[in-house]
Design a protein around this ligand. Structure first.
Ligand code: FE2
Ligand code: FE2
Length: 251
């Protein structure tokens, strides 16, 4: 049986609840001979077998859980000026903003006499501003990177991630709306709203970044060897600068 097909079978087992660490031990020989492009082929088989998008999302996680830390390998092998390095740097910034959001949410929950002038509210407003930049980051992936990758064997992974961009856009939109409409909420309602949005947004964005760092970009660099293509992406991306980076210090 072809390696990618065997991997697809393994992933089905992870999906049906078997422990990935046990499977990893059992399939050590297969995994040691895998190329990252086998992952995208396995992904394609599963798409063909009628797996839903939600199930695929879980599977992308399963890929990472059996293959180990692809992110460390990816970073170690990227040149300092590679366009993917910029994407990874932005991911790291968004990880920081997510941690900040979790922290400020706790402060908001404990605050008494919350007003628009409270330091907790102003910090939340500031972090929300940073998180809005995820839209530009995702747009760049949708417009510049994913269409190029669609010509290589990672199209089905891009399709799953592109769908997640919509969910993230909606969630950040909800957060922005709640923050901008502070005056229209009773403080208790505002706290409930921010707590619910934070609980939804943080795991979804972390998972998304994890999938791109550990699956999409390692696979993309494995299958797309033509440096000219990456440099074209770099040139187009350079016009947009860095997303989420605000030269104004937090007040
Ligand atoms: Fe990304
Ligand atoms: Fe993304």
């Amino acid at each position: 049986m072809e390696k990618a097909r065997k991997l697809a079978d393994i992933l089905e087992r992870v999906r049906s609840g078997e422990d990935p660490t046990k499977i990893r031990q059992e399939a050590r020989q297969l995994l040691s001979t895998l190329r990252l492009s086998d992952i995208s082929r396995a992904h394609k088989y599963l798409v063909g077998s009628g797996v839903s998008f939600d199930q695929l999302r879980t599977l992308v996680y399963a890929f990472a859980s059996i293959l180990g830390d692809q992110f460390a390998l990816l970073r170690a092998n990227l040149s300092p000026d590679h366009p993917v390095r910029k994407v990874l740097a932005e991911h790291e910034m968004f990880e920081c903003f997510l941690a900040d959001l979790e922290e400020v949410n706790l402060m908001i929950q404990e605050a008494t006499g919350l007003t628009e002038l409270s330091s907790e509210y102003r910090r939340l407003e500031h972090i929300t501003g940073h998180l809005q930049a995820i839209d530009i980051h995702n747009q760049r992936e949708d417009d510049l990177i994913f269409p190029v990758l669609a010509n290589y064997p990672c199209k089905s992974i891009c399709t799953v991630l592109e769908k997640a961009h919509w969910r993230i856009k909606n969630m950040v939109g909800n957060l922005t709306m709640a923050v901008n409409n502070f005056k229209n909420f009773e403080p208790v309602q505002f706290k409930i709203q921010i707590n619910a949005i934070t609980a939804a947004i943080v795991p979804i964005m972390r998972e998304h970044i994890f999938q791109e760092d550990n699956i999409l970009y390692p696979v993309a660099l494995d299958v797309l060897k033509d440096e000219r293509v990456w440099w074209r992406i770099k040139q187009l991306g350079e016009e947009m600068g860095y997303c989420g980076f605000d030269p104004q210090p937090c007040q």
